[in-house]
Design a protein around this ligand. Sequence first.
Ligand SMILES: [Zn+2]
Length: 155
Amino acid sequence: MNQNGFSTGEEDSRGPLDKICCLQEDGFRCQRQAGTASYSKKIRNTVRQLKLYLDAVARHTYICDHHKSMIQSARTLKPSSQVEAPEIDFSQLKMNMLRRYKKYFKVKTEPNLNKAQMAETSVSHFKTIPVNEKEALTFFIYTIKTNGTKLDQKK
Ligand SMILES: [Zn+2]
C-alpha cells in the first residue's frame, strides 16, 4: 500500500499528537505512546466496562501498551460475561493440566512434547470445538485448575 514510504511520510507530518493512544480515561486523552494494538469491535464492550472512551479527535485507533494489557486482563478475568466464545490461555496452564486435557479429549500428539508445544496442540484442538461446547470446556478447565489436586488424589 505504501509506495516508497510516501503515505507514511504524510502521517509523520501530523506531529506527535497522533502517535498517542486513542483512548480517553476520566475524560482525558491518554498521553501514552500508541503501540501496535488497535481498538476494534471485539474489545468495545471491555473498553466500555473499563470506562474508557475512544477519543473523537483521534485519527487512528491504536492504543498504548498500558491500556492494551488492561483490556486484555479484563477480558481474561471475565470470560463468561463476553458474548463471543471464551478464550483459554493454555500457556498459563501447568504441564499436568495440559496432560489431563490431552487425555480427556484423546488429543493425539507427538511423544515428549515440551510445555509450549503441548499448549499449542491444546489450543489448536480447542479451536476445533463448537462454541457451545467451549462454554462447558471453560468450566472444565476451571475445574481442573482449582480442583486439580483433589482429582489427582482420587485416581
Ligand atoms: Zn492509553
